[in-house]
Design a protein around this ligand. Structure first.
Ligand SMILES: [Ca+2]
Ligand SMILES: [Ca+2]
Ligand SMILES: [Ca+2]
Ligand SMILES: [Ca+2]
Length: 346
């Protein structure tokens, strides 16, 4: 069956062809609908958009093909109020007791279909953790780079500069805290951030007449128009302990510190706590009135060359008149590090 519209003018039955004739080929109508359908927004069709639909019917009478249109149906899209709030730090932010200006980063996204402003509140005294971080300030990501920039990003003032987001738009929010003194290793302190639509909150599906963009109705989405997320800090204490001792071996096999006696220095390094001591380097200058005994440097009972090379130590190179041992990163799990070297008394 040939469903194409006949190229000749067709007319509504019983009515003048001048006002009601439809000359648009069906193929063109189909193409126009497809184009409109392809204009999609992740947040949905913008509020105030008219969704208009008109059916048509074609038929043939006495060899003439006729087209008749229905009355149009028009529905105005309402504004869906929805949001998403996600804590952005990969894990609890590592802090030390007494730290100042530490921060948690959140990402607020308007998942509704209109423009919306959101009020922000924090709760730094949530329970179920080990301490309360001391709230300092809230900042908005004024330059949109997702990172807190002191002096650039905007301090938040409720009701004054509430973030306004278009549909599908996001902004980072920074909550700054000071960390109390007197905390111990692995203590956790959490903070809640809440963002709430300034149009309204309520049960999903509830409608606020005329409160949406352009006077459209606003409808509360699954978020209830409000979202809360929790970020946290964890206290890390790294304690590096270094002890040094010396033994004396005199030329007579005794332990008298006479000229010619050999002094063996032993240095131990131990790390405790939950953090990492990074790039640990031990430097020990030779005492005056002594001379280093060549090739006497050891680390954990293994000999090290005096030269700068692949091993961890050198003598008189990195630092003149000293031994230098690069121990790298050490944690509580690292074994005790023991360094020895010898000098003779001049
Ligand atoms: Ca709005
Ligand atoms: Ca707390
Ligand atoms: Ca920024
Ligand atoms: Ca070496």
């Amino acid at each position: 069956m040939d469903t194409r519209l006949h190229p000749r003018a067709v007319r509504m039955p019983g009515r003048s062809c001048r006002s009601t004739c439809v000359r648009t080929p069906l193929a063109a109508l189909t193409a126009a609908w497809t184009l409109n359908a392809s204009i999609a927004h992740a947040g949905g069709t913008p509020p105030g958009t008219n969704i208009t639909n008109q059916a048509s019917i074609t038929y043939t009478v006495g060899g003439a093909q006729l087209v008749q249109n229905s009355n149009p149906s028009t529905i105005i899209v309402e504004e869906l109020i929805n949001l998403n709030l996600v804590w952005q730090d990969a894990s609890n932010v590592i802090v030390g007791p007494g730290d100042t200006g530490r921060l948690l980063t959140f990402l607020l996204t308007n998942t509704g279909n209109g423009n919306e402003s959101f009020g922000l509140t924090t709760d730094s005294n949530v329970s179920g953790d080990d301490f309360n971080p001391t709230f300092s300030d809230l900042y908005l990501d004024a330059n949109g780079n997702g990172v807190y920039d002191a002096g650039v990003d905007a301090q938040y003032a409720a009701g004054i500069n509430d973030p306004v987001l278009g549909a599908d738009s996001s902004t980072a929010i920074f909550v700054l805290h000071d960390i109390p003194a007197g905390l111990v290793d692995a203590d956790i302190g959490n903070c809640d951030l809440t963002a709430a639509s300034n149009t309204g909150t309520g049960a999903p599906g509830s409608s606020i007449p005329g409160a949406g963009d352009g006077g459209a109705n606003a409808v509360i989405g699954n978020s209830g128009g409000s979202a809360t997320n929790t970020g946290g800090y964890v206290v890390t204490t790294v304690v590096v302990t270094m002890l040094k001792s010396a033994t004396v071996l005199d030329p007579f096999g005794g332990s008298d510190a006479v000229p010619g006696a050999v002094l063996t220095y032993t240095i131990t390094v131990d790390v405790t706590g939950s953090g990492t001591a990074q790039g640990v380097v031990i430097t020990d200058p030779f005492p005056v009135n002594t001379t280093y005994v060549a090739s006497s440097l050891t680390l954990n009972s293994g000999a090290l060359t005096d030269a700068v090379d692949a091993d961890a130590g050198d003598v008189n190179a990195t630092t003149a008149g000293s031994i230098t041992i690069a121990l790298g990163n050490l944690t509580d799990a690292s074994p005790l590090q023991t360094i020895t070297f010898n000098v003779t008394i001049d």
